[in-house]
Design a protein around this ligand. Structure first.
Ligand code: DGP
Length: 112
């Protein structure tokens, strides 16, 4: 298994888990860019948002349902940002679909 996040799912690499069920895992980013920085990933390996299709898309709505719950439980009542980097131009460094939840402070308006 050469996918870092698949190894985290398998428990081969430790992580600070925030939420887990049979379909998804949420854990704290190792290099947080904000006071709250959580990654939410499907347990099924999907390389990135560019590999979402009609067969595997059900997990996306599940992820966003849980993102709302996680944000609430983390106290992000004033808002937060959800980001998924894709490919080289998007600066995706781990090729396993993941959504960053960033919050806990006023974020910059700059996206690029
Ligand atoms: P991206 O650059 O969008 O592909 O985001 C990948 C994120 O994954 C990045 O913010 C750092 C995080 N990350 C990389 N390796 C590990 C790890 O071993 N554990 C955890 N918790 N996060 C990691």
């Amino acid at each position: 298994m050469d996918c870092l996040f698949c190894r985290i799912i398998a428990g081969e690499i430790p992580s600070t888990k925030v939420y887990e069920d049979d379909k998804i895992l949420a854990f704290r980013d190792i290099a947080p860019k904000a006071p709250v920085h959580i990654l939410v990933i499907p347990k099924q390996h999907i390389g990135g948002a560019d590999e979402v299709n009609a067969e595997n898309c059900a997990v996306i709505s599940h992820i966003f349902t849980k993102i709302a719950e996680i944000a609430k439980s983390e106290g992000l009542k004033d808002g937060y940002r959800v980001v998924s980097n894709v490919g080289q131009h998007g600066c995706q460094s781990v090729r396993h679909l993941h959504f960053h939840i960033l919050g806990g402070k006023q974020l910059s308006e700059d996206m690029v």
